[in-house]
Design a binder for this molecule. Structure first.
Ligand code: PXL
Length: 274
């Protein structure tokens, strides 16, 4: 049977993040994507002066009920931007409509650059730990790692020993694998650190700067698609990281396009990796 993934995150109607990137990119990886929108916003919350917000928590148990009646189930779950009250519903969904061995891929979307995203409160990181516990893979950035561990944000002031301690502490929250994004030990290089409880592996690219909004969601979407295509965690992370470089290259010269990256133009590259 072909693999089917369910992704749970918001629809930011405009902004090249969350479901508007997850659906096309998982599809481009050749994997069927079901979606469960957690909320609908006019646009994302990073850089615009305001936004509408329609919470869809009430729909979650109704949709789950329908799926159970239709025997609809999934090989993997990939969660992104959700809210505190949705976490028990998401756990329910992952328990009740999972095919045997279904993967839980959790991007603990909380914030970036040392700050929680607008609209999230200080208690949210603790709630997010309920999704982290039992995850097959978690995909935090360094801000999210610090928030989950309740430690001060380190900015770029860290060394390899800090990253390796952080990976171990994140794994101890109950995840089987950690893929930490945005890791850099030397100027001009950026990448990911992967830990499976046994070995720590790194993958780096050239750091080219440029716009970065939505690249976390792009990373997690491509990672999820590649993992379901049978790639290893390190291979999936490398494909996702390489794809981000391509999306930034096609966006970097357009200074007016500040709110996201033009991932659409790099889709042929992504397809060529499979
Ligand atoms: O890219 C993460 C994200 C997802 N969804 C919404 C956001 C953000 C980050 O700002 O605002 C609505």
């Amino acid at each position: 049977m072909d693999k089917r993934l369910l992704t749970i995150q918001d629809i930011s109607c405009v902004g090249q993040c969350s479901l508007t990137v997850a659906l096309p990119l998982i599809s481009a990886c050749g994997i069927e994507a079901g979606i469960l929108p957690s909320s609908v916003l006019s646009n994302h919350t990073a850089g615009f002066s305001g936004w509408t917000f329609c919470d869809l928590t009430d729909q979650m148990p109704l949709i789950l009920d329908r799926w159970k009646k239709e025997n609809i189930d999934f090989d993997a779950f990939y969660t992104g931007y959700v809210s505190k009250t949705q976490i028990p519903h998401i756990l329910d969904i992952m328990n009740q409509v999972a095919r045997p061995g279904a993967l839980r891929i959790i991007d603990p979307v909380l914030g970036d650059n040392g700050k929680l995203y607008a609209g999230f409160d200080d208690e949210f990181p603790n709630e997010m730990k309920k999704l982290v516990n039992g995850a097959d893979v978690i995909l935090p950035n360094i801000t999210e790692a610090c928030l989950l561990l309740g430690i001060p944000y380190v900015g770029s002031d860290y060394d390899q020993a800090f990253i390796e301690k952080t990976l171990k502490e994140l794994l101890a929250l109950g995840a089987k694998n950690v893929v930490l994004t945005g890791v850099s030990f030397e100027e001009g290089k950026i990448g990911v650190a992967c830990y499976d409880g046994n070995k720590i592996e790194y993958y780096f690219n050239e750091y080219i700067g440029g716009p970065q909004h939505g690249t976390g969601d792009i990373f997690s979407s491509v990672f999820s698609g590649a993992l379901l295509r049978g790639k290893s965690i390190l291979e999936a992370a490398a494909i996702a990281a390489d794809f981000i470089v391509e999306t930034i290259k096609v966006s970097i010269d357009d200074k007016d396009h500040w709110y996201g990256v033009k991932f659409e133009k790099a889709i042929p590259y992504l397809v060529s990796r499979f």
